[in-house]
Design a protein around this ligand. Sequence first.
Ligand code: DC
Length: 238
Amino acid sequence: MRPASIDDSHPVTNPLLITIDGPAGAGKTTVSRLLAELLEYRYLDTGALYRSVAYSVLINNIDFEDDADLTAHLKEFDLTPRADKNGFRLFWNDRDITDQIRTPEISMMASAVSAKPAVRNFLLDMQREMGKDKALVCEGRDMGTVIFPEADIKFFLDADPHVRACRRYKEMPPKTTVTLEDISRDMLQRDQNDSRRALSPLKPADDAIRIDCTHIDPQTVVRLMMACIVPMLKARNQ
Ligand code: DC
């Protein structure tokens, strides 16, 4: 259902491209989904693309530190995003792997392979193609800086590292053997990998609106975002 603040003149013919960047556990996924649903836009989780590469590298036992091996692997890598009701499901060699790429092991591997130029170049065109019709909320690390520098509106979400780790811990299945300490350690490592790499490091775009999500719930974050988005939609429709 549309929010009351978007009136009937909501310009569906002139939709926005909205980017949401930030570190793991800041709340990007929940917020991006809610926002996309509210605006009746599609939602793109670009971390899932890097996770898919990591998954195939792991399964095929590829030495991703060897540029030639990695490049050869990517040449054969068959990943197809298929639109479902408001997002995308990912098919690798025609197999739906969307739900299998959410393990801590794949998280760490995704962070490692995402530093490789061959991987980033491979996924660049795919992401731009998925955003070309706009009406999209996309989340990642370099959405606003590198993939869609011309995005209509950019957000950067952050939160206290302990709060981020606790959120991820709560998402773990009930019988998990993974501890909060494991998650905190991996998260710190990923923060460092993702923000210190040479290519497309995690950082806010200069024109990004920054939101600290430490003490606010996802609904409040979405309300703050809508307060920026609605005037823009209205101005476009005048
Ligand atoms: O958002 P996520 O936790 O699913 O992302 C997994 C890893 O993928 C993350 O640690 C870094 C990488 N990534 C990236 O480099 N660029 C993006 N746009 C999205 C994710």
